[in-house]
Design a protein around this ligand. Sequence first.
Ligand SMILES: *Cc1c(COP(=O)(O)O)cnc(C)c1O
Length: 393
Amino acid sequence: MSTESCISHLVCSQTGEKLAYDELQTFSPANKPLLAVYDLEQAAARLSKEALQTREHTLWRYRELLPVLSTGNIISLGEGDTPLVPLSQAGAKLNMKQIWVKDEGQMPTGSFKARGLAMAVSKAHELGVKQVAVPTAGNAGGALAAYAARAGMECFIFMPKDVPRINYMEAKLTGANVTLVDGIISDCGKMLAEQKEKHGWFDVSTLKEPYRLEGKKTMGLELAEQFRWELPDVIFYPTGGGTGLIGMWKAFSELRQMGWIGEHLPRMVAVQAEGCEPITRAFKAGSDESEFFDDAETIASGLRVPKAFGDALILKALRESGGLAVSVSDEAILEAVRELAELEGMVVCPEGGATWAALKQLVATGQVGRDERVVLFNTGSGLKYPEMLETLT
Ligand SMILES: *Cc1c(COP(=O)(O)O)cnc(C)c1O
């Protein structure tokens, strides 16, 4: 079988131990996330920036830098290639001219979780998996259920009973077995861990398998391409498990090694909610890992992750990039969602709103300059949050 993927092996993100990519893998023997490593010299030789332009407008255009070996195994709903929407009126309020929203609300299943789960499900399908399971704060469950349905896999989802109602309904409708849990994502994770071995389910929890990260990495590849290989100055990312932030930082590193981008890399800003801010606290404390955040509570359900499995990688990316972590209140999030709707016609998710609230905060403190090029991530469609929209109207 000929393959375009230039994947070479997997490594433990802590010890560097090598593992094979051609069998089913979870996390490393050291209990840390595994990272996919590619032969980037080969990738640079096989793929050109010009050739990319002629390819399909989905994330699968970057297949040399993705883990799926055979295109026949790709399970796709047309994910990727989301637009960069300039914020002109909102930007003018801050006296800034170069702010864009990378609008992931336009993805299949209405959130950027589609990127990671399209990749994880496609790769699992390639490796013969028939049953998948996930603990979720909401959108990952909807996305996994959709791709599992398309792949003909059985799907088991554990979600808090107070997730946005839509997340429950979309997962049910696409045929998943949904367990509503009296707790938050960490409780869902525990429940899944107790059951998965008995049933033989493959667990696609954030960073507990290597490929959701590779799907989210494509946000970084797209940004580089959309900015004509001159990356912006600051990226605001609403951080729960942190997959996208770690993934984009990995993408930039791979592009640098390929010689496709220069030395200027963006400062990565992790945005959290005040009601669940383990990364902000760890960043401020100067620690390499976060501590479990008790009684996590925020309207931004995707940010309600009290302890991220990849916390060390998030903190590393923030520090390497010269970025930081910042928290915003639920009131500031709601205000931000309202502002983007009124000024820009964008109905963003609360997590996306958080990035606009955070930008305003960091411009006020001078940590972001008014002449800088800034990208905010709107990670999902506000239309998935009717409960929030009700409180705003
Ligand atoms: C999951 C989620 C997040 C957090 O993403 P991570 O990569 O886990 O940090 C942010 N926004 C939305 C809408 C989400 O569903």
